[in-house]
Ligand binder design. Structure first.
Ligand code: HEM
Length: 419
């Protein structure tokens, strides 16, 4: 059973209460008001140590790039203090993914896989992304004119692309999906399963990841292949094998960060497109718009809802004093609707000339490692559907997942016909 109390009218709750992420129209309306009046919102709630929310693009931009004065630390995702304590009490190893590392330690660990994610390397994989996208377009045809686009297409497609580079076999994809949802969406009752609370679900998911990836390490050390799992299994930092915990968390971040995020960008982007039939038609007539449409979908959906940064020294932003050690929440979805940066920012527009100013992937030392993959995956599927679908429309109300960290449209009922 979830211990989370129902939401209140306090604007501070907009960023931490899972339930408030299931109604994005209301969320964006309320946060637009905050952007105008509270570029730095001080949040003091009983369940959290105080924090400040940055709602504007320029501030999220500046703090993200200033990695000397703003650190990530082991608590780079917002969680109620009691939940964090309970999580540690369960015996969960303290998170040490790339996201949680700082400075030189971060740089050295990122180097282990960096070459895999460079534009040229990712471009090289385009034929494989095409092949996988074709499999899921064919699946959509086989489903005979009606499906849940999020569950049936978007999720399994983005999962397969990442698992393919990883070298995880198709038969293990369902397990990877279940564990990712257990880790990221554990507050959503749909993903909590039999667990008593979100912490129990997270612990269970991590322990099953440990078991799975220990097997992968053994295997790839004995017989390295050309997959990404082999790079991580044999990865060295400063001339020494990566530590066991760091390696485990490395597997987890790459296995989890890459598909739910991209899947929500695609499903939420499709939802926005379906509400704008003229834009859908434009895409149909000119599939070369798919690149800009993908950028706009990723701006619009902004599936990673926040990361935290900790001040290394007392800092002032718009008159608010953040003490040394104080923390700010970078609100990517809010920054992505900032009227100062995006013309008519609350409108979804695949022709938007400023779509490339999106900040959905963060910036600076932690800039999303997989952004090239995410962009290609969304663009590839959008182009194929734009070319091949004669018609598509909503067949029911979409449903959003209840999570304040990574979330988006989890069910998208559609009906459609192919050319
Ligand atoms: C639309 C899809 C995606 C979005 C919105 C997204 C967003 C983000 C954000 C906001 C960050 C943190 C950036 C910062 O702190 O400045 C991040 C980091 C990261 N992302 Fe993504 N991501 C997406 C897809 C992917 C994919 C496909 C992968 C592939 C494996 C991936 C792997 C990672 C990793 C490993 C990090 C940690 C980087 C570091 O801390 O150095 N992401 N992502």
């Amino acid at each position: 059973m979830s211990l989370i109390a129902p939401p209140t009218e306090d604007p501070g709750e907009l960023f931490g209460h899972p339930q408030l992420w299931t109604d994005m129209a209301t969320w964006h309306r309320r946060v637009a008001e905050l952007r105008a009046t509270h570029p730095v919102l001080a949040v003091e709630r009983p369940e959290f140590e105080p924090f400040w929310v940055l709602t504007r693009h320029a501030d999220v931009f500046a703090v993200s790039r200033d990695n000397d004065h703003w650190l990530n630390t082991t608590r780079s995702v917002l969680a109620p203090d009691a939940e964090w304590e309970r999580l540690l009490a369960t015996g969960l190893p303290v998170p040490k993914t790339l996201v949680h590392l700082d400075s030189e330690e971060h740089r050295l660990h990122r180097q282990v896989t960096n070459d895999w994610f460079k534009p040229a390397a990712v471009k090289h994989r385009q034929p494989r992304i095409d092949e996988i996208a074709d499999v899921f377009v064919a699946k959509m045809r086989d489903l005979g004119g009606a499906c849940d686009f999020a569950r049936d297409i978007s999720q399994p497609y983005t999962l397969r692309v990442i698992m393919d580079i990883y070298g995880v076999p198709e038969e293990d994809e369902a397990l990877m999906m279940e564990l990712t949802q257990g880790l990221f969406g554990s507050a959503d009752p749909e993903f909590m399963g039999e667990a008593e609370n979100p912490e129990a679900k997270m612990l269970e998911s991590v322990m099953r990841f440990v078991q799975y990836f220990n097997g992968i390490t053994e295997d790839r050390r004995a017989c390295p292949t050309d997959d990404l799992a082999s790079v991580i299994a044999n990865g060295e930092v400063d001339g020494c094998p990566m530590g066991d915990l760091e390696r485990l968390w490395y597997y987890i971040i790459v296995a989890t960060a890459g598909h739910d995020t991209t899947s929500f960008a695609l499903s939420g982007g499709m939802e926005a497109l379906l509400r704008e039939p003229d834009q859908l038609e434009r895409l149909h007539l000119a599939p070369e718009l798919a690149g800009n449409a993908a950028e706009e979908m990723i701006r619009w959906t902004s599936p990673v809802r926040h990361f935290m940064r900790y001040a290394t020294q007392e800092s002032e932003i718009h008159g608010a004093t953040i003490p040394e050690g104080g923390r700010v929440l970078l609100s990517y979805p809010s920054a992505n609707r900032d009227e100062e940066v995006f013309g008519d920012s609350m409108r979804f527009d695949i022709n938007r000339p400023d779509a490339d100013k999106l900040i959905s992937f963060g910036l600076g030392a932690h800039f999303c490692l997989g952004s090239q993959f995410a962009r290609r995956e969304v663009r590839t599927m959008v182009a194929k559907l734009g070319e091949q679908l004669a018609h598509i429309e909503l067949a029911g109300e979409p449903e959003w997942s209840a999570s304040h960290f990574v979330s988006g449209v989890k069910h998208l009922p559609v009906t459609y016909a192919f050319n």
